[in-house]
Design a protein around this ligand. Structure first.
Ligand code: PRP
Ligand code: URA
Length: 212
């Protein structure tokens, strides 16, 4: 993307349609959850486009032929709690054998700084590919902290998948973690004074879990 080399916007008509419903303040939480889940599945299809494959022989009922199967690093999906949880099942639907790590981050409402309260990911980080999932990339503080936590445990192949991103967060990750590609369904305009994305969709965690 021009000026944001780390960013890919996945702008498929199905995703755009589901996203406009997600943004709608009147969308009830059952539908909100379903939409986050469905968008995650659609995005996972694109995010995994570069997976390494290998050739294999396969016997059809009629003859022997060649096929291709996924090889290379094992995948780990890493939701940033809480809102990232809403995307996990959607990705697992396409990659059912993936492992799942969990990173708990809570953004302080005043300082907007992330506070880590949980970190549990599969061992052997250096031989795995990590896909961090979190619907919202605002200041980028939570995503940067999750990436630092993974790198500190040996990970060197990390992708971030979000649904709505602010330019501020994308730029921050481009500066601090230029090796981490960022995929989003939408690049929004800006952050407001409280660190919320405009136009955005509000507080993703609260809308997923009904906590407000
Ligand atoms: C939200 C969101 C991201 C973070 C984005 O989580 O899910 O993790 O804010 O903001 P940032 O880019 O400025 O760090 P929040 O901390 O509100 O926690 P929650 O998911 O438990 O609601
Ligand atoms: N977290 C959210 O859930 N929404 C925003 O707009 C910003 C951070």
């Amino acid at each position: 993307m021009a000026g944001l080399p780390n960013l890919t916007v996945i702008d498929h008509p199905l995703i755009r349609h589901k996203l406009h419903l997600l943004r709608d303040r009147t969308t009830p939480k059952k539908l909100f959850r379903e939409l986050v889940d469905e968008i995650a599945t659609l995005m996972a299809y694109e995010v995994t486009r570069d997976l390494v494959e290998e050739e294999v022989q396969v016997e059809t009922p009629l003859e022997r032929t060649k096929g291709r199967r996924i090889a290379g690093k094992k995948l780990v999906i890493v939701p940033v709690l809480r809102a990232g949880l809403g995307m996990v099942e959607g990705v697992l639907r396409l990659i059912p054998s993936a492992r799942v790590g969990h990173v708990g981050m809570s953004r302080d409402e005043e300082s907007l700084q992330p506070m880590e309260y949980y970190f549990k990911v599969p061992a052997q980080s250096e031989v795995r590919r990590f896909i961090i999932v979190d619907p919202m990339l605002a200041t980028g503080g939570s995503a940067a902290a999750a990436i630092e936590g993974l790198k500190g445990r040996g990970a060197d192949d990390i992708t971030l998948m979000c649904i709505v991103a602010a330019p501020e967060g994308v730029r921050r990750l481009g500066r601090d973690h230029p090796d981490v590609p960022v995929f989003t369904a939408a690049l929004d305009r800006e952050l407001n004074d409280h660190g919320y994305i405009l136009p955005g969709l509000g507080d993703a965690g609260d809308r997923l879990f009904g906590t407000k």
